[in-house]
Design a protein around this ligand. Sequence first.
Ligand code: ADP
Length: 375
Amino acid sequence: MTLTPTTSTAADSNEQLEHERLTSLINSMADAVVAVDEEAKIRIYNGAALNIFDVNNIEEGTPLNSICKPVDKNNQAFDIEKLVKSASMPISNRDLRLAYADGSQINLYVSIAPVRLGYGSKGERGYVLLLRDITREKSLEEERDEFISVVSHELRTPITIAEGNIGNAEFIINKAAGAEVNLDEIKQALKEAHNQVLFLADMINDLSTLSRAERGKLQVQIEAIDVNDLTKELLDNYSKQADAKGLEFKLNVDPNLQQLHSSKLYVREILQNFITNAIKYTQQGSVTLEAAADAENKGIHFAVIDTGIGISKGDRERVYDKFFRSEDYRTRQSNGTGLGLYVTMKLARLIHAEIGLNSELNKGSTFKVFIPNLE
Ligand code: ADP
C-alpha cells in the first residue's frame, strides 16, 4: 500500500488526522521507508522507496527479495530477506550496493528495525526498513582511506631511511670513542638522510597545496615574471639532484623572451613537478627545460624533456589522476604519491595553462605547458 491520505469519513476524526500526519511525515522523508510483514512481504512504502528501487509502483504483498536485490562488497547477491528476518533488534548495514538496469550502481545504507505494524493486539509483527543512497559519502570515505594509506606508506619509507642513516652516523661516532672517525662514512649517511628529509618536505608541500586546492582556497596572485631568471633558478635548484643521478640538466631558453604575467608561485610549482618527475624517472641521459615565445605573444611555451623510462599509451591518460602511479617496476623503484601531476593540473587550471604530453616507452617523455599572460 502506498501511503496516500485517507479519504474515508472515519467517525474518529482524531484517528484520521493522526493517519494523515503520519502519511505526510513518511512521504516527506528523503529516505526510502519500507514496512514489511513477518514474511518480508512489502506492506507500506513511501515515494522515496519507488525512487531507490527505480519502479513506478509496488503491489502490496510483493516479496522484498523480488524488488530489492542488492550485492555485497564482493559483488555477490545478498539475501536481504534473510537479514530482515534475523533482525531481533535494530541493525544497519553500509556495505551493500544496488544495481540498476542501465548498469549504474549505488551504495546503500539500510537500517532495519523490528516493529508492530499497527496498534494493540491486532498489530502484526514486521520490520521497517530505511534505505538511503550513500554513494557520494562512500566514495569520499574510500578516497579518504586511500589517501591515508598512500600518504602514511609514502611517509614511512623516507622516515625509515633517514632514521637508519642518522642512527648509522651516530653508531660510527660512538664506535670510534674518541679515536679518529671515518668522516666519509658519516657524510654519506647524513647526505642520504638529508635527501630523504628534502623529499619529505617536497611531499608535505604537495599535500598542503593539494589540501588548499581541494578546499578552493588557492588564490592567484599575478606578477611580472622574468622567465630567464625563473629558469636559471630552477637550473640552480635541480642541477645537484640531476648530477647525483649522472644526468645532464640543460636549459634551452630564448634569451629574448618577454616578461610573463601570471602566478610565479604556480608556474614555478608546475615546472618543478615536471622537473622532479623527469629526474626521478630517467636513469640515463638528460633533462632539458625549454622556454619559447608564443607566435602571438600571448604567453610562454615551456617544456620539460627527458630521456627516461617513458609512459605507455594507456598510462598517458591517467597520469593526472589522483594517486595514479604507473605499474612499471621502474616507477616503483622511486618514492612517490601519485599526487604531483594531479596538483599540477589543478594549478594549471587556475592560471588557464594548457598541459600536453608526448612520450614513448623507453625513450623519454616531454611535458609541455603553455602559460598565458593573465591580466
Ligand atoms: P609520483 O611521481 O609521486 O608518482 P605524479 O603525479 O607526479 O606522482 O606522477 C604520476 C605518475 O606518472 C608517476 O608515478 C609515473 O608513473 C608517471 N610519470 C610522471 N612523470 C613521468 C616522467 N617524466 N617519465 C615517466 N613517467 C612519469
